[in-house]
Design a protein around this ligand. Sequence first.
Ligand code: NAD
Ligand code: MG
Length: 388
Amino acid sequence: CGEDGRKRIAILGCTGSIGTQALDVCRQHADKLQIVALTAHSRVTELVAAAREFNVKRVAVTDERRDGDPALQDLPDGCACAFGAQAAVDLAVSDDVDCVLVSIVGAAGLAASAAILQAGKQLALANKESLVVGGDLLMPMAQPGQLLPVDSEHSAIFQCYLGERADQAHAIWLTCSGGPFYGYSRDQLEKVTVADALAHPTWNMGAKITIDSATLMNKGLERIEACHLFGVDMDFVRVLIQRQSKIHSMVEYEDGSVIAHLGASDMRIPIQYAFSYPDRWSTPAPRVDFRTLGSLDFGEPDTGAFRCLHLAEIAGRTGGTLPCVLNAANEVAVAAFLDGTCSFTDIDRIVESCMDDHDVQPVQSLEQLADIDRWARRRAAEACAARS
Ligand code: NAD
Ligand code: MG
């Protein structure tokens, strides 16, 4: 911590959905948290506003094309600004940082997550793609208590394990809202639009994860994420539809007892817990009144219609470099769907074709994963072009 006892925070991706909610947590707990460094990819005006509000001394802009953007002239006096992906990593591992929130989107977060762990900083990880792609490399780097999950389900599972013996757990129930297309047949899914897919029933999130939540790829990625975080296999992690998103996940123990985590559907709660752990601070969000909640509904996911969940299962079971291909192809296909160049169900077709073409290898290094990521993106772009 700094001289005044506050935890010194860096936020990578401060302009996104998670990033801005993290700023709000820091605003509400300014006596406990000090923001010392911020990054954004391209939204320079928002970055400058946050740097001014929190009087930040260092920022980085990862999209180098923003170098020279006139908006940067309004940075607070004495605030240093650097450009490029490496600049964000350098800023995260500098001496005056205690804890880094990685809230950038996609596999772009992997190199930063690795550097943060190796530098001995606390890593508050929202970027699930880091673990999906590079969990085999990241988990051995993490000391106990160093990596704190921000993904709401994984924060919930982490809390359901507290004070328990992990070897006496029987299963993890990973909850899923079901997304906007719960109950749809494959035929109905063929026809959904971008606007339909962006209307998530319970969470307000960035565009990429919102589409992933509609295809259920998000839940597939989260299953792989859970395997890495909690050292279990795919069979151990069962997907459970919980329509209201009020149960954030559960752990079932040998004796049949099931410990669940409940609360408001508000990401500021798991973000704050990653900063406050092992303490709990006053809530950043409205509390749930269970007297007026009504019912909790459960169901089973339909992996026949929602093929992405099935593909993630194959990738998770196979392991090695296949999750890297799954993730990279999915990033390209989701961007194509958002651009209107492929259909909703093309997303799983594109991902599957890339997975089919890949010779799986054991994960060896960040460089190897970066090469395979590039290959899969090229291959997915070709598959998109062939469909449009
Ligand atoms: P978002 O699109 O709203 O924000 C993304 C952030 O990443 C922005 O600050 C942007 O500047 C930055 N960014 C984009 N491309 C980048 C690149 N190539 N290099 C560096 N930075 C880049 O996304 P989000 O919804 O905030 O999600 C961020 C991460 O958190 C994702 O991995 C997502 O899966 C995870 N997550 C999000 C939620 C949620 O509620 N939004 C919940 C759980 C997990
Ligand atoms: Mg989640």
